[in-house]
Write a protein that binds this ligand. Structure first.
Ligand SMILES: [Zn+2]
Length: 497
């Protein structure tokens, strides 16, 4: 009792501990939008966060001999350490700050932020050390403030405003049980982020004639006015491989979708299921699992495995090239080239093949110049001059595409069906009006090699991916799927305020 009475006027410092809990919950929650991390990773991250908080507190307690002072400085440091990258992106997302550092400070973004962080921490340290004030009020306020923040973050787990995406199947599932003897191999080549020739002319002043003339000479039809149905990879593919629109229509709905669920839905798509039931072998050279065929590579955009990637610990790991996303990025260069070579050697089977190849090209990372020279990581993974690097890589993509088509045709006894398609446009035009950006993001390369005249008759200039397999199934497998109105939704480009 005596002890309680003596201590009662003092306010104990809880906020550092509460802040560590907040960091753990909010970091794990942010991953749920992509792929939920395993329990072991959550445990390691939680221990690391709590241990950092404890060590910081002990260290500052030994300096100040005052729990409240130690607590305030520990909380400030904890925020800086564990939210380093969100802070980084917020700060340098401001155009004039970005421009200033880009031009006058030799692009040393991390050095600038680290220096600012050290100066700020030093100022807080001096202020706390010098103060004669009783810090009960401030500590009490911080305890309450962080508690409210924590409860709010925790409650979001139960009131999650996830958007449940679904495929609006506009056909009878029975209709696509094809039951016709399959014959031709089908190649679905999705070149990630390949924009239309019209956009290449308009924004890069480039006539994409070499590729177009080559494709036309081989008998391809080019849908010159084609737009993707969704300008974001998983949504675009989910819709194309189900020959249907999704229930999603806006950018904001897209932001609330759990991407791992979209991946699972793609795994069980209507096109692959129907072809497989009708005797096709599935050759999966994409980033998605397809039925029992695992993805050929893990993309670094949706698989963000490390819970530490927002923290300051990520900085040296990334610089040394040992962070998990850096490793995924680096595997892409060889994966892209392997995919191309596997496509052409894929028709040795007795059974017909459905090959879905989806290299991450001409999309970043920009590992190749226009001649196919392998570029260093510093060039490939750095987001400066995206537009220029994209264009160079696109030219090399053309070379690969022409080689691939040539290879497929040379190795085919029966003329195959080939679709070459972008899943969306480039999307990151610099210094461009919002509407132009949006417009470009929806334009795609969309070319078809159809061996039969009946199929050619169904083709039109603005056909979009949602209808690609509809006309193939109708022609070759006797389905009577009606063609849908071609529509295009924005999931990716942040709307203007
Ligand atoms: Zn894409």
């Amino acid at each position: 009792m005596l002890l309680w009475k003596l201590k009662s006027p003092a306010v104990l410092c809880f906020h550092t501990f509460l802040l560590s809990l907040f960091i753990i919950i909010s970091t794990v929650k942010s991953k749920l939008l992509f792929f939920p991390p395993p329990w072991s990773d959550i445990l390691i991250f939680s221990i690391a966060t709590l241990a950092t908080a404890f060590l910081l507190f002990r260290f500052f307690l030994s300096l100040f001999h005052d729990g409240k002072k130690a607590g305030i400085l520990s909380s400030v440091m904890l925020l800086f350490i564990f939210f380093y990258f969100p802070l980084f992106h917020t700060l340098f997302g401001v155009r004039f700050i970005y421009d200033f550092i880009y031009i006058f400070l030799f692009q040393k973004f991390h050095w600038v932020l680290l220096s600012l962080g050290i100066v700020l921490l030093a100022l807080v340290y001096i202020a706390i050390k010098k103060t004669r004030k009783n810090l009960n009020g401030l500590t009490g306020f911080l305890n309450l403030f962080v508690l409210v923040l924590l409860l709010f973050e925790f409650s979001k787990i139960f009131f999650d405003d996830e958007f449940e995406v679904s495929v609006q199947k506009e056909f009878n599932e029975q209709e696509v049980h094809l039951n016709k003897k399959p014959g031709r191999n089908i190649y679905y080549l999705v070149m990630d982020s390949y924009t239309s020739s019209k956009s290449l002319k308009k924004y890069w002043n480039y006539e994409n004639n070499e590729l177009q003339d080559f494709l036309i000479a081989k008998g391809f039809l080019i849908a010159a006015s084609s737009k993707c149905n969704y300008n974001s990879t998983p949504f675009s593919i989910l819709s194309a491989l189900n020959m249907s629109y999704l229930n999603i229509e806006s950018y904001h709905e897209g932001q609330k979708v759990h991407i791992s669920k979209v991946f699972r839905m793609i795994q069980n798509n209507a096109v692959v299921r129907a072809l497989s039931e009708n005797g096709y072998d599935i050759l999966n050279l994409s980033l998605f699992d397809l039925m029992n065929e695992p993805a050929y590579y893990a993309d670094p955009y949706y698989h963000k495995p490390s819970l530490f990637d927002k923290t300051i610990f990520h900085l040296p790991a990334d610089k040394m090239g040992i962070s998990s996303d850096r490793i995924l990025f680096k595997t892409l260069a060889s994966a892209n080239i392997e995919i191309i070579s596997k496509v052409t050697s894929s028709n040795k089977n007795a059974k017909p093949v459905f090959c879905y190849a989806h290299p991450m090209m001409p999309h970043e990372p920009f590992f190749f110049d226009e001649l196919g020279n392998k570029m260093p990581d510093e060039y490939a993974l750095n987001s400066d001059e995206k537009e220029k690097k994209y264009f160079r890589q696109l030219k090399y993509t053309n070379t690969l595409l022409m080689k691939t088509v040539e290879g497929i045709l040379n190795n085919s006894k029966i003329k195959p069906i080939i679709i070459i398609q972008g899943d969306h446009g480039f999307r990151y035009l610099d210094d461009m009006d919002y509407n132009e950006q949006l417009e470009e993001s929806k334009t795609i390369l969309n070319a078809y090699l159809f061996p039969d005249d009946t199929l050619k008759n169904s083709f039109y200039d603005s056909i979009s991916p949602v209808n690609s397999f509809r006309i193939i199934f109708n022609t070759y497998f006797g389905t009577e799927l009606s063609l849908l109105k071609d529509r295009s939704f924005n999931i990716e480009i942040t709307p203007e305020k």
